[in-house]
Design a protein around this ligand. Structure first.
Ligand code: ADP
Length: 358
């Protein structure tokens, strides 16, 4: 067992409900193992600007039920520079921080890898509402975000039905349509538009028209924020106009935006964050580094961060030249299998949505 005296924990990038539950679990598990914990305030900028506070069992009390992050978050450009990185490493030395657990998304994990390369072992814990890290089935915050969409759009449904209206709702997810797809199914959205699946606008409008002709009054359409027209306009607003023009149904556009990021984490997010936080500390104590804690078929396990990030790039068709060179054929096959699994899941759900939401 590696004996760390003190570790740091930070939350970085977009915040997600459940980050607090992860901070709490990491802190308490580490303290239980005799390892001190320092909270780094404001993501990687806290490392650069020496915003460091000790965390205790009591200082992480009463946060498991709170959205946001008690350590605050940030998008820190300076951290990506050599100078910023040097300051971050100097802070780790000054405060005797032997290792870091970084909670966030893919950008956060890229930063974690840079720290590892410079001698500070790191473990990543997923915290992003978008569920957009291909190598894990689940990211902390996703369930809460979808439940928030449900709560808001259920209200819109009521009024859509009363007034025979359509509401086109844009939800977050960056380039990943999973929030729109899964919450869309749970909401009975007649049309769902996500970046992963080519959108047949004509078919969508016909579907709405024939449902109207068959007596349907209220319509909900879910569009992911990653969908744009060819000239770069957010597609949801454009689709609203087309629905109104082509079907004659009064249509409104709603952007839920950051509402989807907040709120008390659901049971699933509290539980997953707690399990992932504990796993992160265990990995560090086993002497592992540059790993990201993931969920795979219901089990909490871990992967090499660079493997996970490369799988992500493969899935998103963003592989840089030579990115696969350092991986074995076995690794590459494993990456492809993960990408195929993810794509098959999305295609299956999209078909379910099309068949059932009428
Ligand atoms: P997320 O972690 O949610 O994907 P970002 O992409 O904004 O969010 O990344 C969070 C932070 O991680 C950035 O503000 C930056 O400080 C750090 N980061 C992102 N990409 C890199 C990189 N390539 N190298 C080093 N640090 C990075």
């Amino acid at each position: 067992m590696t004996k760390f005296r003190r570790i740091g924990v930070l939350t970085s990038g977009g915040d997600a409900p459940g980050m607090n539950a992860a901070i709490r679990a990491i802190t308490r598990k580490a303290l239980e193992q005799g390892v001190e914990v320092m909270g780094i305030i404001g993501g990687y900028s806290g490392l650069i600007n020496e915003k460091i506070i000790p965390l205790t069992t009591r200082s992480v009390a009463n946060i498991i039920n709170r959205g946001g992050t008690m350590l605050y978050s940030d998008r820190c450009v300076e951290f990506k520079t050599e100078e910023g990185m040097a300051k971050a490493i100097a802070t780790c030395k000054k405060y005797d921080i032997d290792a870091i657990v970084a909670i966030g998304g893919d950008g956060t994990f890229r930063g974690a890898t840079d720290l590892t390369l410079r001698g500070v072992p790191t473990i990543g814990v997923t915290g992003t509402i978008d569920n957009d890290i291909t190598a894990t089935d689940y990211t902390v915050g996703f369930d809460t975000a979808m439940n928030t969409v449900l709560e808001a759009v259920d209200k819109l449904r009521d009024t859509c039905e009363s007034h025979a209206r359509c509401n086109v709702v844009e939800v977050m997810g960056r380039n990943c349509g999973q929030i729109a797809l899964m919450s869309g199914i749970a909401l009975g959205a007649i049309v769902i538009c996500i970046p992963e699946v080519p959108f047949d606008e004509k078919l969508a409008l016909e579907k709405i028209k024939s449902a109207k002709d068959a007596g349907k009054r209220g319509f909900v359409v879910l569009v992911s924020e990653g969908c744009f027209t060819e000239d770069g306009k957010p597609y949801g607003e454009v689709l609203r106009e087309k629905i109104e023009e082509e079907t004659g149904i009064e249509s409104k556009f709603v952007r839920l935006a950051h509402i989807v990021r907040g709120g008390a984490p659901t049971l699933r997010d509290r539980l997953t964050a707690t399990k992932m936080g504990v796993a992160a500390v265990e990995l560090l104590l086993e002497g592992k580094s540059n790993r990201v804690v993931i969920e795979d078929d219901g089990k909490i396990t871990d992967l090499d961060i660079v493997f996970a990030l490369t799988t992500d790039s493969m899935y998103k068709n963003k592989l840089k030249e030579g990115a696969l060179d350092k991986f074995s054929e076995e690794d590459i096959a494993a990456m492809k299998a993960i990408c195929d699994k993810r794509k098959a899941e999305i295609d299956e759900l999209y078909k379910i949505a099309y068949d059932v939401c009428k």
